[in-house]
Design a protein around this ligand. Structure first.
Ligand code: ZN
Ligand code: ZN
Length: 336
């Protein structure tokens, strides 16, 4: 099968012929239809984060495809099912986190396209219990961005405890941000979208963001504070400055939800202000299988729209450059 492989952190991905993997017990073999390109894949390919993946690695954690074969212990009835292969490739299922609805915090988890091979290939194997069924009414092209960008921002809105009439600031419109705007609105929030690219701010307007702020021409802290401040600020941007701006834009009792992970990023928090204003700072990492099922259900019901463009696997290195140069309005998706 064709695969895009990370062979070292300083070189482009290599397009290679590699053997189709064998499904082990409890695993599915999935023939991929699509796989979204997430900024995390670029961090993985460059070894940007403190915990580095071991190489060679096939990245990709927005893979969607059809179950072709099953390993021992998996019912044959799953053959032919469309499934998504999210970041949470597997977890132990038994620890305190797993049994309390926080499987995304399991210390024994495997991460698709990071600690195990992912969706930048024609086939992938996946733990049958953690591959999430994609319902009728959600196409593979839409399901891919929902599998990380969707579930991650959906969870961020949940952990930010967005309630009706809350003011929500979304920092960074793009693959994640365009979905965050929609989930914040579904939760009943008034949404201010912040970005530096006019095309992304236009997308935010199309998605019915209540206000947009161009952080290049206007100070987002002053703009948001002038309207009373944000109850919840969700930061999806990869620039550390966006985190400081988001913190500064909160009103009393505000919640800062950190989702983007800038390489080597540090956020200084003035303790006096945080205490006096009752500020919460929350880290939010992807979402559970149940969160993803909810994301798919909302989409199948027509409550969300996905903005995505397709690329071929062979174009992966150019696609990375497009993402890094901020030339992509929302999500790029590899189509097989
Ligand atoms: Zn991702
Ligand atoms: Zn666990």
């Amino acid at each position: 099968m064709k695969a895009a492989v990370v062979t070292d952190f300083s070189s482009p991905l290599e397009l290679r012929e590699v053997p189709i993997p064998e499904p082990a017990p409890r695993q599915l073999l999935v023939r991929l239809e699509t796989c979204g390109i997430c900024h995390t894949d670029i961090h993985a390919a460059r070894g940007d984060w403190p915990v580095k993946p071991s190489l060679p690695l096939i990245p990709g954690h927005e893979g969607v495809g059809i179950v072709e074969r099953v390993g021992v212990g998996v019912p044959e009835s799953r053959i032919g099912q469309r499934v998504a292969l999210p970041w949470l490739g597997s977890a132990c299922g038994e620890c305190g986190f797993c049994v309390s609805g926080w499987e995304t915090l399991c210390e024994s988890q495997q991460n698709t396209g990071y600690s195990i091979d992912g969706g930048y290939a024609e086939f992938a194997v996946a733990d049958a219990h953690y591959a999430v069924p994609v319902p009728e009414g959600v196409s593979p092209l839409e399901a891919s961005p929902l599998t990380c960008a969707g579930v991650t921002t959906y969870k961020a809105v949940k952990v930010g405890n967005v309630r009706p009439a809350d003011r929500v600031a979304v920092f960074g419109v793009g693959g994640l941000g365009h979905l965050a705007i929609q989930y914040a609105r579904i939760a009943g929030g008034f949404v201010t979208a912040v970005d530096i690219e006019p095309a992304k701010l236009n997308l935010a307007r199309e998605l019915d963001a209540d206000e947009v702020v161009n952080a290049k021409s206007e100070d987002p802290v002053a703009a948001i504070q002038a309207r009373g401040g944000a109850d919840v600020a969700i930061v999806l941007a990869a620039a550390p400055s966006a985190f400081e701006q988001a913190l500064g834009s909160l009103r009393r009792g505000g919640r800062l939800v950190c989702v983007g992970i800038p390489a080597g990023g540090v956020l200084p928090i003035p303790i006096f202000e945080a205490v006096i204003k009752g500020i919460s700072v929350i880290g939010s990492i992807v979402g559970t299988r149940k969160d993803l099922a909810e994301v798919f259900a909302l989409h199948a019901a027509g409550r969300t729209t996905v903005t995505a463009e397709t690329r071929k696997l062979e174009e992966i290195n150019d696609a990375f450059e497009e993402v890094l140069a901020n030339r992509v309005p929302a999500r790029l998706v590899i189509e097989y």
